[in-house]
Write a protein that binds this ligand. Sequence first.
Ligand code: ADP
Ligand code: MG
Length: 635
Amino acid sequence: MPAEKLQFQAETKRLLDLVVNSIYTNKEIFLRELISNASDALDKLRIEALTNTALADDSEPEIFVVPDAATKTVTISDNGIGMNRDEVIANIGTIAKSGTKDFLDKLREASNASSAQELIGQFGVGFYSAFIVAEKVELITRRAGETSAVKWTSDGAGEYELEDCDKDSHGTTIILHLKAEFTGDDDEYNFTDAYELERLVKKYSDFVRYPVKMNFEVKGTGDEPPTIEIRTVNSMKPLWTRNKSDISRDEYNEFFKQQLHEWEPPQEIFHVKAEGTVEYTALLCIPAHAAQNLYYSDYEAGLQLYSRHVFIMDKCKDFLPDWLRFMKGLVDSPDLPLNISREILQQSVEVKVIGKALEKNILKQLGKLLKDERERYETFWREFGKSLKIGVYGSMFDTKAKDALKDLLMFQTSRDGKLYTLAEYVERMPESQKQIYVAAGANSSAIERLPQMELLRERGLEVIYLTDPVDEFAIEALHEYADKHFQSITREDFELDDAESQKVKAEVDEIAKTQGDLLKDVKDALGDAVAEVRLTSRLKSGAVCLATGANSPSLTMEKTFAAMNNPLFKATQILELNPNHAVFAKLESLHAADKDSPDFKNLYKTLYSVALLTEGVMPKDPVELANTVTELLTK
Ligand code: ADP
Ligand code: MG
């Protein structure tokens, strides 16, 4: 095939522009990226060769890094899987990474340089990092098992060129033609210097599992000419096999950056070695941030799997339950065979044993964090609390799992803006309070404005705010905590237990006996919109509110589901009127005068609309409401 010029995909081009214009402050990372790709390619070859014996050859896997001051280049080569022409186009000309577009959009919106920098830090640009230091990149590659090779060339400015070429063996060679500032013309960097590159390999790629080799010039003794010595620069000892006490936090961070593309230091790190029925080492982390698509189906969860330090596969979902999908890391176990398939993995007893142990360990460490380092736990909670609540909901029928999670939950309450555990809430409950009060709403200020909150506030009773749609599901699944039931303050069966409230309630019940007709007439007029119209003792200065039926979802939940085009969750609405409010007296007198009068009708209709609006629900006919209100105002 003749040489052809191809365009980068639009997104790739945008990303390249960013890289070339060098917003990366850390210029050194290109080497780590390219070595990590070489290492991935060696992994892929080894795994393919397990099932395709034609690919097996006697060449030892290795990565070579060769600086050359004369040509101002650095060459990185591997004898891994390589790529054919189509693969080069697919892998190098386009960005397959999910979230790239999101990333670029966010970047464009980033208000200033430092927020842009922060975003970039969260996103690795992989192969394209070559253009941080190179003005031109050549990639020569040959797919294992194939005979033809292809050469890819680009200056990173929108186009690349592809042409057939010769290559003796499979693998990939990348030649970076360095920009002048990286060749020693400036004092800061000289990537043509073998010792400088050696330092970078040691710093960023020490635990790459394949030898990273370099040539070093050894001065001859006396008149002898210098000779070239090949040395393996990296120690190749996987970090997780080392002693915990000998590993610094920086080393862990670097490891997660390189191995798992965690661009920011993880929040928490779990390094576990076990030698029980199943022997394994696990190195896991809670990332700094939740992935944007963490709760979407395109998120690929799972741990890396190794056997005797040899990589077997990525994204194994069988170790941890789905709600721990945010965990990243790896498991290395000699009890798992090298050529295990995903299907066998699912059945594997060893995997189950390891998974259970890890889950337990994670829960235990989270509990400890909550107890000993509240602030750090809250940071974790803000980022991943949703996952734990999903976990509670998902273990609806698994009491043991729920028990393990319930003490890790946190909520905002009416007390102050802080987060509290259920235990802390219960601890503060006055003796007379028998239930745990909860209220759902879009956010805390929406809940604070609910008319039902007034009395509770006055009595000094604390309410747990459920502001995330999953909160209600989690609470529903828990059912109770410390033998106390959860009670929504907007549900019809809610009543306050104290003597004062009980007294008011008795009074209201008395009034209700005399208002049967009025309540019935309003209910009939509103029709199916409400299930019931009744008097309430739970309001103070408010005139009306909406309660939901005892087994009904809340209005917030109805809204959430409606937004997802799922109309199945319909709340049963109960319109509640405050008999001690002036507007009720007016309603009563209009009703007594003429229950068919437009004035009576306008009033109860408006009251119902007001009740809806307070709950953040738009009345069915806003124009009618507007007209009626205007009319009432002019009276
Ligand atoms: P990532 O490594 O996260 O997939 P990169 O941008 O680093 O992203 O690499 C893009 C893709 O290019 C890789 O997934 C791989 O398919 C291919 N690739 C890059 N370098 C090599 C290499 N040395 N050998 C074979 N394939 C490679
Ligand atoms: Mg990569």
